[in-house]
Write a protein that binds this ligand. Structure first.
Ligand SMILES: *Cc1c(COP(=O)(O)O)cnc(C)c1O
Length: 398
């Protein structure tokens, strides 16, 4: 198993658990117990039932006929946008709230960028009756107002993070600080495949339901479990990890990641971690991150709050360095153009994050008899104000 985490929490040279003393006990408990708890019959029953009846799974696999014709290949969309709360994030928060309950925790904290993870966390806390605090950068609070309102309505307290670029990285710092101060009663629901071991593996396993379903859905529709390509946008990398998971060891299936180039990779206003990053430690994990020569984290930039992160999960750092996955990037403008195009062609308004994946489909070089699955990680409701600002038509190409 070349691409799974090893016993010490590493993917190749990436991963591990680099944490302050005060978190050792919590992380140690998680490391020792997560696999056995997840393997319990009662856990699996409750998890599967909630995914089905509450989240609405399985999410459809939709053959996009018009996109397929245009790209002269076969394009399938894995519709995570149709999940309850509008993105893939809920798969993970359902899993982690069940885990937190079994660990006896009564208080939940989370970080959020676009607000999708915050909403998904506030939702499961309402469902289970647990206290919920969500940290969010003040920049993101401004640009994702509908999700802030949803979290508050769900009963969560939204705490602004005021340091740095006031985005996802800063919210994560605040959440870690909270956990250090409240180690006994609190579980930290991390929203992506980042953070100290076992979080990247834990989150990947909860999200792996995406590729589990893709296998039988593809088999049903095409006669084969395997597509030629799987394409996903990458912030921390949880929707990509879920879409890749059951295909990781099968090298016939090519894995494609799409990161946010912001205003352009060389402009200094970007979040293209794999191109601009080098090995370092961020939020408890050794991975690729954007940093200066003396190790200061470089402030990332993307129009999309969910991709605006200076690091990438250690699994993906390993997939990229071992050339198992190929990376493309899309700028703000290309993503917005792709969002309008998908909307006009297929009648689906994607999240801005997801739109990055659609922006590069014509660069993959898929052949007419090949197929690709694009992970449609979320819907665009939260991004409408950004889209409306571009409705004047100058970059709309329909
Ligand atoms: C959060 C989010 C992302 C980015 O996070 P990953 O962990 O990389 O998946 C992508 N798409 C949507 C819709 C999101 O909400």
């Amino acid at each position: 198993m070349k691409y799974q985490v090893n016993e010490t929490g590493f993917y190749g040279q990436f991963g591990g658990s680099f944490i302050p003393e005060m978190l050792h006990s919590n992380i140690d408990t998680l490391q020792k117990q997560y696999l056995s708890i997840m393997a319990e019959d009662s856990f699996q029953k409750e998890f599967r039932k909630l995914l089905k009846d509450y989240v609405g799974r399985p999410s459809p696999l939709y053959y996009a006929a018009k996109l397929s014709k245009e790209l002269n290949t076969n394009v399938y969309l894995k519709r995570e946008d149709l999940n309850h709360t509008g993105a893939h994030k809920i798969n993970n928060t359902i899993g982690q709230i069940l885990l937190a309950q079994r660990l006896g925790k009564t208080r939940i904290i989370a970080e959020t960028g676009a607000g999708q993870h915050g909403v998904a966390t506030a939702t499961v806390c309402a469902l289970m009756g647990l206290e919920c605090v969500v940290y969010m950068g003040s920049t993101d609070i401004k640009r994702q107002a509908p999700n802030v309102a949803r979290m508050r309505m769900l009963g969560a307290r939204v705490e602004p993070a005021l340091s740095g670029s006031q985005t996802l990285k800063d919210a994560t710092n605040e959440a870690i600080r909270d956990w250090i101060n409240n180690p006994v009663d609190t579980h930290y629901i991390i929203g992506s495949v980042v953070g100290p071991h076992p979080y990247p593996d834990l989150v990947a396993r909860f999200q792996s339901v995406i590729s589990e379903e893709m296998k039988w859905q593809l088999k049903e529709q095409t006669g084969s479990e395997n597509p030629d390509y799987i394409v996903a946008c990458v912030g921390g990398g949880s929707n990509a990890a879920g879409a890749f998971y059951h295909y990781l060891e099968d090298e016939a299936v090519k894995l494609v990641l799409v990161e946010a180039a912001g205003l352009g990779i060389d402009t200094g206003e970007s979040a293209a971690t794999s191109v601009l990053g080098s090995m370092g430690i961020i939020h408890g994990s050794r991975t690729l991150l954007m940093q200066t020569e003396d190790g200061q984290i470089v402030e990332p930039y993307s129009i999309s709050a969910g991709l605006d992160y200076p690091g990438i999960g250690p699994l993906h750092a390993h997939l990229i360095k071992s050339e198992r996955a190929q990376v493309f990037s899309a700028t703000d403008e290309e993503a917005i153009k792709a969002a309008f195009h998908l909307t006009r062609e297929e009648g689906i308004i994607p999240a801005l994050e997801t739109a990055h994946a659609f922006a590069i489909l014509d660069q993959i070089g898929a052949k007419p008899d090949e197929s690709m699955v694009v992970c449609l990680s979320g819907r665009g409701d939260k991004d409408l104000s950004t889209y409306i600002a571009h409705l004047d038509g100058e970059i709309v190409d329909s």
